[in-house]
Ligand binder design. Structure first.
Ligand code: GH3
Ligand code: MG
Ligand code: MG
Ligand code: MG
Length: 310
């Protein structure tokens, strides 16, 4: 049998789509498991609480959800999933023995994307799941394109601006320190002039990888800020931690030993770094954090480059 194109897409990326089946009757779960086990990793839950917990933990690609269950019913589960950031983008399809149209309408109101009645026809359930999996994949792809820099795979400026705003307010509320590193490749115009633009692009990719590997916490956001400039935003990080990270970046970029024979610094690719680190208060704003990091970067350039200032 020819495997669906969307499944092929997952497999090409070395992934298997994940389906969460929620039903209080094990016999129903077994029937759906039979339909999907060949193409999907199938997770199972027999009550609402377990469904929500598994959805948050495993982020399935599609959820098949029963409505009538003891305890939390399907509507409540669907509503909770829709109000939880980690799960709100997962398509939920109701599978129920109820056939009344107001039951179906209520299902859509709580945020379901589709509705299937029991007893189900395996071909139809499968076709519907594939449709929603395709839509989910396309949505994920679009979101990724909107937030990730195509050349380096780091986040782009748009994602950075969003993260700066969120983390500024988080650190203001929690009264914790927020650190920002601004980085700029030294004499990069000469690099392009000497080695060509394609080599320049390749160099930026390697520098970006080195930056990413120098940053240790999952909450840290590295982005390509523009051209040959990068930024790292590090919530809950003080001046000592920020400087240590900046030093790791210089060390890791030096370790690449990328030849740059027209640089005035030395014969390999280097970057200059500016740091600003503050505990936000109401009298300041996020733009000042950027400005200060930029001034510190300018000082590093003035001091001969390949160095850190804060
Ligand atoms: P400085 O040490 O003072 O930073 O000097 P610089 O030459 O790096 O600074 P300048 O801002 O004058 O030049 C930046 C250069 O970066 C200009 C442009 O040719 C190059 N550049 C910007 N974006 C890209 C890109 O996406 N790919 C390539 N290959 N080069 C880029
Ligand atoms: Mg039931
Ligand atoms: Mg520049
Ligand atoms: Mg530069």
């Amino acid at each position: 049998m020819k495997r669906n194109a969307v499944i092929e897409q997952y497999y090409r990326n070395g992934l298997r789509p994940v389906l969460l089946v929620v039903d209080d009757q094990p016999i129903n779960i077994r029937a759906l498991h039979e339909v999907f086990k060949a193409d999907f990793d199938v997770l199972m839950a027999t009550n609402g609480e377990s469904a929500i917990q598994q959805a948050i933990q495993h982020r399935p690609d599609v959820i098949l959800l029963d409505i009538v269950m003891p305890g939390m019913d399907g509507y409540q589960v669907c509503e909770t999933l829709n109000h939880t950031e980690a799960t709100q983008d997962i398509p939920v399809i109701f599978v129920t023995a109820e056939t009344e149209s107001d039951v179906e309408a209520r299902g859509f109101e709580t945020g379901a994307v589709d509705f299937i009645t029991k007893p189900f026809n395996p071909l139809i359930v499968s076709a519907r799941v594939m449709t929603h999996l395709t839509l989910k994949l396309q949505m994920d792809l679009m979101r990724n394109m909107a937030l990730v820099d195509g050349l380096t795979g780091l986040y782009n400026r748009r994602r950075f601006d969003e993260a700066l705003n969120i983390n500024w307010h988080l650190c203001l509320r929690e009264q914790r320190s927020l650190a920002l590193l601004m980085l700029d490749v030294d004499f990069f115009k000469r690099y392009n002039d000497n080695y060509g633009h394609l080599a320049g692009d390749q160099c930026l990719r390697k520098v970006a990888d080195a930056i990413k590997q120098s940053v240790r916490r999952s909450a840290d956001i590295c982005c390509r800020y523009g051209g040959e400039e990068f930024a790292c935003l590090m919530p809950f990080t003080d001046a000592v931690g920020a400087r240590a990270c900046a030093q790791r970046i210089l060390t890791n970029i030096a370790a690449l030993q990328l030849p740059h024979e027209t640089s005035d610094v030395c014969s390999i690719v280097t970057v200059s770094i500016g740091i600003n680190c503050v505990t936000p208060n109401e009298a300041m704003n996020a733009a000042q954090l950027l400005q200060n990091a930029d001034s510190a970067l300018y000082q590093s350039k003035q001091q001969g480059r390949n160095c850190i200032n804060m």
